[in-house]
Design a protein around this ligand. Structure first.
Ligand code: HEM
Length: 283
C-alpha cells in the first residue's frame, strides 16, 4: 500500500507532494475498529466508579461542598464547541472530495482553518492564564493512578487514587490532539500562501518544492490522524455512562455526587462556590 505520493519538480527531481489517500481510509477504518473493540470490551469490563457505600461516606465527610460543581466555565465551553464546529467543517471539506463527493472545498476549508487556528490560540492563552494549566498533562505522578486503574480493569477492588479533574485516558487523548492539532494548524497557515485568499498575496515560491512537499505531507498525516481521533472522541461522548461528562460540556457543571464518585477530592480541589480555586503559584 502506498503511503506517500511523489511528483517531478520542474528540474526533473522526484519530490514528495502529498500523503496517499489510502491513509484516510486506514484512519477511518481504525476509528471504527476502535469503537467496535472498545464497545465489546465494555460489555465485560468492571465498573470503575466508587461504590455507593464509599461515596456515601465521602459525601458525609464533605458536607461543605455545594450541590453543583463547576467543571467547565462559559469561555471553555464556547471554545470547545467553536473548535468542534471548525474541526467537523475541516474534516468534511477535506475528505468528502476524497470519498468522491466533489465541490469547491478549498474556500470553506481555509475559512474553517482560520477559525480553528484562532480558537487554538485563544485556548492556549485561556488555559495558561485562567485555568489550572497542569491538570491536563501526564507525568510520573500518574503512575499510582495508572496501576490502580489497570488492577480495577482486571476486576481487583484496589483502593488506589481516583483521577484529579481529568482521567488519564482523557489526558493522553488531549496530548494526541495537541500534537495533531498544532501540526495541522501550523502547516495549514503556511499553505494559505499557496492558494488565493482576500488577505494574502499568493506566493508559492516562498518555499522550495521539497519544503512544500513535506508541509503538505505533515498536514495530510495530521489530518488523517484526526479522522480516527475525532471518531474516538465522539464515540466516548455518546456512550451512556459518559453522558454526565458530555452534559457538563453543555451546562458547565456536575453534581456533588458525580464529583465524589469519579474523582479524588485531594487531586481536584473545589472551593466553597463550587469552582476550582486557582492553584498556588499560578498567575
Ligand atoms: C481538522 C483539521 C484539518 C484537516 C483534517 C485538514 C485536511 C486537509 C487535507 C487532507 C488537505 C489536502 C492536502 C493535500 O492535498 O495534500 C488540506 C489542504 C489544505 N488545508 Fe487543511 N486540514 C485541516 C486544518 C487546516 C487548517 C487549520 C488550515 C489553515 C489554517 C488549513 C488550510 C489548508 C490549505 C490552505 C490547504 C491547501 C489547499 C490547496 O493547496 O489546494 N487546513 N487540508
Amino acid at each position: 500500500m502506498d503511503l506517500l505520493r511523489w511528483g517531478r519538480s520542474p528540474w526533473g527531481e522526484w519530490v514528495l507532494t502529498h500523503v496517499s489517500w489510502n491513509l484516510f481510509w486506514a484512519s477511518l477504518f481504525a476509528g471504527v475498529l476502535f469503537f467496535v473493540a472498545h464497545a465489546s470490551y465494555m460489555l465485560f469490563s468492571a465498573h470503575r466508579k466508587r461504590s455507593s457505600a464509599e461515596t456515601d461516606a465521602l459525601e458525609a465527610a464533605n458536607r461543605n461542598l455545594p450541590p453543583k460543581i463547576e467543571r467547565h466555565g462559559l469561555a471553555a465551553r464556547l471554545f470547545h464547541w467553536v473548535m468542534a464546529a471548525a474541526m467537523f467543517t475541516l474534516l468534511f471539506t477535506a475528505f468528502l472530495p476524497v470519498a468522491g463527493i466533489k465541490f469547491p472545498w478549498v474556500q470553506w476549508h481555509w475559512m474553517a482553518g482560520l477559525v480553528l487556528t484562532a480558537s487554538i490560540l485563544f485556548h492556549i492563552v485561556h488555559a495558561t492564564v485562567f485555568l489550572d494549566f497542569w491538570s491536563i498533562w501526564v507525568g510520573p505522578s500518574d503512575i499510582p493512578e495508572l496501576k490502580a486503574e489497570l488492577l480495577r480493569e482486571l476486576g481487583r477492588d484496589v483502593p488506589g487514587p481516583k483521577p484529579g479533574k481529568y482521567p488519564l485516558g482523557n489526558r493522553l487523548y488531549h496530548l494526541a490532539i495537541v500534537v495533531t492539532g498544532l501540526a495541522v494548524a501550523g502547516t495549514g497557515v503556511f499553505m494559505l500562501k499557496r492558494i488565493r485568499t482576500p488577505f494574502l498575496v499568493r506566493n508559492p515560491y516562498i518555499f522550495s518544492d521539497t519544503t512544500w512537499g513535506i508541509t503538505y505531507v505533515l498536514h495530510g498525516l495530521a489530518g488523517v490522524g484526526l479522522v480516527g481521533l475525532v471518531i474516538a472522541h465522539v464515540y466516548f461522548a455518546v456512550r451512556p455512562e459518559k453522558w454526565w461528562i458530555t452534559k457538563a460540556m453543555i451546562l458547565g457543571w456536575i453534581t456533588r455526587r458525580q464529583y465524589l464518585e469519579h474523582h479524588e477530592p485531594t487531586r481536584w480541589r473545589i472551593g466553597r462556590t463550587g469552582s476550582s480555586p486557582k492553584p498556588a503559584g499560578q498567575a
